[in-house]
Design a binder for this molecule. Structure first.
Ligand SMILES: CC(C)(COP(=O)(O)OP(=O)(O)OC[C@H]1O[C@@H](n2cnc3c(N)ncnc32)[C@H](O)[C@@H]1OP(=O)(O)O)[C@@H](O)C(=O)NCCC(=O)NCCS
Length: 225
């Protein structure tokens, strides 16, 4: 039995890799960048999430209150402040995804644990208007490379419902490996749902996930155009 991870829950005095601005990376939908979430993202965040209720809710954890209440503009300041507080403690990297400099979704690296574990989960959503345009894959590639370099993490994990074909494809394109099935793992729409676990460790990424994506033709750098 392990003796533990070396006090992994003790907040470190520094927060390597945060704040950060990542990109640009060009994909069919436009130019993708990641930057810290802002208080003034609330209007676009709410507009997209209220419109995309059906598109998003079946993959997101159950939370108290109705979708309309939780995703109203008025709900944003407290969500933003919570994420900002966690980021300041080094426990989370809360990114906005932008396409052509317009807010288009979120990518969060959360539950950052350091010491001898140096691990976190990665989660994301993208506006349905941009579906299939390569945005999520570019965002995951940028964030993964950052987490393993400036962020000094060693392992990232993503858990996905087996029915979420688009997200499974994103992880596959970004080089994540399937590790197993977590049974009745997360409460989604009021039921405990199975999730597939995908993961990637720093030494598996070679020259980086962005380089892999660019080499496969899934994205390009501005200077390559
Ligand atoms: C999952 C999600 C982030 C993907 O965003 P995106 O910007 O459309 O992703 P990309 O364009 O980078 O890649 C999507 C891939 O899935 C494929 N895809 C999408 N729907 C599909 C379907 N029903 N069947 C097969 N492939 C599908 C796309 O064709 C694309 O693959 P390709 O490049 O080989 O053609 C977006 O659908 C979303 O926000 N969903 C709701 C929230 C969510 O599921 N978050 C993840 C939770 S684990």
């Amino acid at each position: 039995m392990s003796t533990g991870y070396g006090a992994p829950y003790v907040a470190e005095p520094q927060r390597p890799g945060w704040p950060a601005r990542l990109g640009p990376l060009i994909v069919p939908a436009g130019t993708v960048r990641l930057r810290p979430l802002r208080l003034r993202d609330g209007g676009e965040w709410s507009r997209i999430r209220l419109r995309d209720h059906a598109y998003l809710e079946r993959w997101e954890p159950t939370q108290p209150g109705s979708w309309r209440e939780r995703n109203a503009v008025a709900a944003w300041p407290s969500q933003w402040a919570t994420l900002r507080r966690l980021a300041k403690r080094g426990q989370c990297f809360p990114f906005a995804i932008t396409v052509d400099d317009v807010f288009a979704g979120q990518l969060t690296i959360g539950n950052v644990i350091r010491a001898a574990l140096r691990s976190a989960w990665i989660g994301y959503w993208v506006s349905s208007e941009l579906a299939g345009g390569g945005v999520a894959t570019a965002a995951v590639a940028l964030a993964t490379d950052h987490a393993f370099t400036e962020g000094r993490l060693h392992r990232l994990e993503a858990t996905v419902r087996p029915e979420n074909v688009a997200s499974l494809r994103v992880l596959g394109k970004a080089g994540y490996r399937r590790e197993g099935l977590f049974r009745r793992y997360l409460e989604v729409q009021g039921e405990w749902r199975d999730h597939l676990c995908y993961a990637l460790t720093a030494e598996e990424t070679g020259d980086g996930v962005v380089a892999l994506l660019v080499a496969s033709g899934g994205a390009s750098m501005p200077e390559q155009r």
